[in-house]
Design a protein around this ligand. Structure first.
Ligand SMILES: [Zn+2]
Ligand SMILES: [Zn+2]
Length: 118
């Protein structure tokens, strides 16, 4: 089964920034500070001043929650977009943006920069 590497290693596995440093804009791991979704595919209004890649904390915010809810996505090269999938699919990763649609259960706390359960 494909597993997300939830390591606490120092550098971001994608963009390579150090712990506590803001991810680069093209980083796959970066969450959006405004909505908590993945920055590269978040649905924010880009005029939101908080819609920026968050800091690398050694963990992917929301990953544990998304895994628990069974929210997975993978990049579909033919369709050129992210599609829902199962945890065992190649390239599967927890779907942070899907967490947003579960507004009744989890919400993104902008000031704390973490997902919270209602
Ligand atoms: Zn990064
Ligand atoms: Zn956003």
């Amino acid at each position: 089964m494909a597993r997300i590497n939830r390591s606490s290693e120092e550098a971001c596995p994608d963009c390579g920034v150090r712990l506590g440093t803001q991810h680069k804009r093209n980083c796959d791991v970066a969450h959006c500070m405004a909505c908590g979704g993945q920055f590269f595919s978040c649905q924010c209004d880009r005029t939101d001043s908080l819609c920026l890649p968050g800091k690398w904390t050694g963990e992917w915010p929301g990953i544990a929650e998304a895994e628990r809810m069974g929210l997975w996505t993978r990049w579909d090269k033919e369709r050129n977009k992210w599609v829902k999938c199962g945890p065992g699919d190649e390239g599967a990763r927890a779907d942070l943006n899907a967490l947003l649609s579960l507004d009744g259960i989890y919400y993104w706390d902008r000031s704390a920069q973490e997902w919270r359960r209602r």
